[in-house]
Design a protein. Structure first.
Length: 209
């Protein structure tokens, strides 16, 4: 079974949304200082790196990360290569409608050839509400994208998130699909059991024979 790690590596170099909390680590104990072991404290945004937004992120009455249905984050998935169109750049709903999605429950969008986790490009491709509606109508249970968000950086009401939430669709963002060819895989990307969490880091992998 071949494993593809589609998670961003986490370090202080990771880019975050402007104003969000970058990654940092503080040593509480260090063996080089005579301690019995190394112990660190981590500080970071819950949306840094590859992560699973919970409905609570965009719905004050939504479920938190600890309440996630884990079965959604494991199982067969389809990776598709779709580039954004228009300005701002969005997944084309017409291109989605042309795909064979009848038996698909999980879909991951590869929107770019490379993936730079250490720079923030505000012109990234987003899913947007129209493409989100197509996915809800097709019965998709989970959608992932290789950019920072399902909506654009300037969005205030997060319409793509809201449409997916209304359809009960789980979200993965900041996937690194640069080394993955389009096709069918098994996805495993479990969120942490964070009570009150609006999002959670995930170690996302794809598997195939």
């Amino acid at each position: 079974m071949k494993i593809f790690d589609i998670s961003e590596a986490i370090s202080p170099a990771n880019a975050v949304f402007p104003g969000d909390t970058p990654f940092s680590a503080e040593w509480v104990m260090r063996m080089e200082d005579g301690a019995s072991c190394n112990v660190s404290t981590l500080r970071m945004s819950a949306h840094l790196g590859t992560h699973a937004d919970s409905p609570f992120h965009y719905d004050p009455a939504g479920k938190d990360s600890a309440s996630a249905d884990l079965s959604v984050y494991m199982g067969p998935c389809l990776v598709v290569d779709l580039r954004g169109v228009g300005e701002p750049s969005l997944i084309d709903p017409a291109a989605l409608m042309a795909l064979e999605l009848q038996a698909v429950e999980r879909i991951l969008f590869r929107t770019q050839d490379g993936h730079d986790a250490n720079s923030f490009d505000a012109s990234f491709t987003a899913l947007g509400p129209e493409a989100a509606r197509v996915l809800v109508e097709r019965g998709i249970r989970l959608v992932g994208i290789d950019t920072p968000s399902m909506d654009h950086a300037t969005s205030k009401d997060l319409p793509g998130h809201q449409v997916l939430n209304g359809g009960g669709v789980a979200l993965l963002e900041n996937l690194d699909l640069s080394a993955v060819e389009p096709g069918e895989y098994e996805l495993i990307a479990l969120p942490l059991r964070i009570v009150g969490g609006d999002s959670s880091p995930v170690r996302a992998i794809l598997r195939r024979p």
